[in-house]
Design a protein around this ligand. Structure first.
Ligand code: DGL
Length: 270
């Protein structure tokens, strides 16, 4: 393994999907993962709060000796990318910047499921239009999904019915594909697949983000993907570290220690 260390952050377990995509493509890389559970969910917060939080999170990550920063949170990516760029001392990789390559040239209508803040920002529409101006983009805010996913109760009728309600306007608009514009949503991909007609494709932007990291780790020779072990990932949370360890066990199937950190005290180095 090389000396590259990646820094990830999200409000909670959503960024696990991004971490998993990267480790599946590149094997067990060194990483630090921060779940800012104290402020979860980000997606219902004001723009100024999201920007202030981004500043704190990236400042903290600057002290963790990372080689590159992965914005595993679309809400921060949509509303505070300028702050992240300003504060980070290392190269940045985001989900929004990775999405273009995943849209088929034949797609004329694309849906985006996201947090209310991401939808409000219109960032996905802007990003897609900068590469594909003729695509019609339908942005759908999904306020109840993140809190429901964080409970871990994937079979709850409430979660299924919320997913159905959010998908319906996109189905009615006959979209060709749907972008999972919140890193929590790939965790319930199976529910979306179940509810969608076969012809609508689901896009997880973390897949193309993982490809972008070939510039660090090389393009994998073996197309049989790695089974990630997460043994070189240090998990941290800003509240309830035992609860976060239980969620890592639930979503990633691993027993790991989670370090409780305070972002206010920048001196807290791992
Ligand atoms: N998973 C994050 C995102 O991709 C944040 C979700 C939230 O905390 O509302 O937007």
């Amino acid at each position: 393994m090389n000396n590259i260390k990646l820094g990830f952050f999200d409000s909670g377990v959503g960024g696990f999907t991004v971490l998993k995509s990267i480790l599946t493509r590149h094997g067990d890389v060194n990483a630090v993962y921060l779940g800012d559970t104290l402020r979860l969910p980000y997606g219902k917060r004001s723009v100024s709060e999201i920007r202030e939080i981004a500043n704190e999170v990236v400042t903290w990550l600057n002290y963790q000796d990372i080689s590159a920063l992965i914005i595993a949170c679309n809400t921060t990516n949509s509303l505070a990318l300028d702050i992240v760029k300003q504060v980070s001392r290392v190269p940045i990789y985001g989900l929004l910047e990775s999405v273009h390559e995943t849209i088929d040239s034949s797609d004329t209508k694309v849906g985006v499921l996201s947090t209310p803040s991401t939808a409000f920002s219109g960032a996905y529409k802007k990003s897609i239009h900068s590469y594909k101006p003729n695509v019609t983009v339908f942005e759908q805010a999904c306020p109840s999904l993140v809190p429901l996913i964080e409970t871990g109760q994937l079979n709850s009728p409430e979660l299924r019915s919320a997913a159905k309600n959010y998908l319906q306007p996109l189905i009615d608009n006959a979209v060709d594909s749907i972008i999972l514009g919140c890193s929590h949503y790939p965790l319930i991909e199976h529910i979306f697949i179940d509810l969608l007609p076969d012809k609508i494709r689901l896009i997880d932007p973390s897949q193309s983000l993982a490809k972008k990291l070939d510039s660090y780790f090389g393009c994998p020779q073996d197309l049989d993907k790695f089974i990630p072990s997460f043994s070189n990932v240090q998990f941290c949370s800003t509240s309830d570290s035992f609860g976060f360890a239980a969620r890592a066990q639930h979503w990633l199937g691993i027993d790991t220690e989670v370090k409780l950190v305070s972002l206010i005290s920048n001196a807290c180095v791992l």
